[in-house]
Ligand binder design. Sequence first.
Ligand SMILES: C[S@@+](CC[C@H](N)C(=O)[O-])C[C@H]1O[C@@H](n2cnc3c(N)ncnc32)[C@H](O)[C@@H]1O
Length: 275
Amino acid sequence: MDLHASHQPENYQHFNAKTYLQRRFIAPNGIIDEERGVQPFYLQCYHHFYQTFHSSWDPTKARLLELGGGPVIYPLISAAPYFADITFADFSKPNLKQVELWVNKDAEAHDWTPYFNHIVGSLEGKVGESQSRVTSLRSKIKTIVTCDIRKEDPNGILDIGDRSEWFDVISFNFCCEAVCTTIESYQETLLRLCKLVRPQGYLTSLISLEESWYVNGGEKMFHLGLTFENVTSSFKQAGFSVEFSDVFPIPNEAQNILNDCKAIAFVVGRKTNSK
Ligand SMILES: C[S@@+](CC[C@H](N)C(=O)[O-])C[C@H]1O[C@@H](n2cnc3c(N)ncnc32)[C@H](O)[C@@H]1O
């Protein structure tokens, strides 16, 4: 493995989506590798967010953006009942292809069944309703589109012509700190995203803390090392009040396998201005 790989955002066009899914997303409680120990935390965070905050918007009209979503849909399983329209965006076409395969019920698609069972059956207690959630989520992902969070004009971030409508929620996980090389650019990116969120809407983010690298498919990828304080102060400077947060320390035995992350943070920001 080349451990000297530098930060080359364009490399994400060749992101190995299949490896990312197969190495990390077989089952939330899987025992194939130790990193999976953190996934119940990711799923609990989104379960908690949607159960607690969904009454802030109108589910018959609300719009969700999954930004830098990679090839994964796990954050959307808890979200599906509360939105009319979901846009899925990522920089990498191979990642979007994996999401399209799943939406189109292609036989080659990744199997997310264990995640639906965990969230709908175990967290929500709706045993036997996983399949209807699958159908509902497929129908609500209306747009799958490329994006680039580095674009200076917020309206240019999504490759969609007219971006005149705001999103009620932007879900933005493990992306910004993989793309931005400085804390300043991390803050500036959140500031631009704030313009895509409707007033009083939300930006939610799972963030790897104090991580300097991660691996995917034998390639070592850059990661910006952030503390929890860096993240929360960036949210505030970007125009979000921090409404909820949680931190999950990575157990020693799970460190330095797929990354050198020390903890995972979940932050819920609410847009406080009207711009
Ligand atoms: C570590 S992955 C996270 C994927 C997913 N959100 C998750 O929770 O696993 C980082 C993601 O950032 C995306 N990305 C890289 N450069 C980007 C850019 N300039 N704009 C938007 N997304 C980008 C990659 O394609 C990749 O899907």
